[in-house]
Design a binder for this molecule. Structure first.
Ligand code: ZN
Length: 105
């Protein structure tokens, strides 16, 4: 059984790899900007993922989504979007922040 931190670390690598793969295929994707359906920010297309044929999430939100699915904190993207709006994502964010902090050491 993996710890939540291990899951987060693994997903960070997977999601970062998606971004790198996208850029390898088409370096212009870094300059192609879209509005993320989850965080609402303007983000590069590189590393973004289309979920359920209707939500395009930026690379940052893909990480939240994948960690959320893996840890069974969310069941669908709409839940993630709702959580994002209500700022109820702290639990997931907490792990990601901790992990980023530990990677710097
Ligand atoms: Zn986003």
């Amino acid at each position: 059984m993996k710890s939540e931190l291990e899951v987060t670390q693994e997903m960070q690598q997977v999601v970062e790899q998606m971004r790198l793969d996208d850029l390898e295929e088409n370096p212009d994707l870094e300059n192609e900007i879209f509005d993320c359906d989850c965080c609402g920010k303007s983000k590069p297309l590189a590393g973004s993922v289309l979920y359920e044929n209707s939500y395009r999430l930026c690379n940052d939100c893909v990480l939240y989504a994948e960690v959320g699915f893996e840890l069974k904190k969310i069941k669908c993207i709409q839940e993630l979007i709702d959580a994002m709006e209500d700022k109820r994502l702290e639990e997931i964010c907490e792990f990601i922040k901790k992990d980023e902090a530990s990677m710097k050491n």
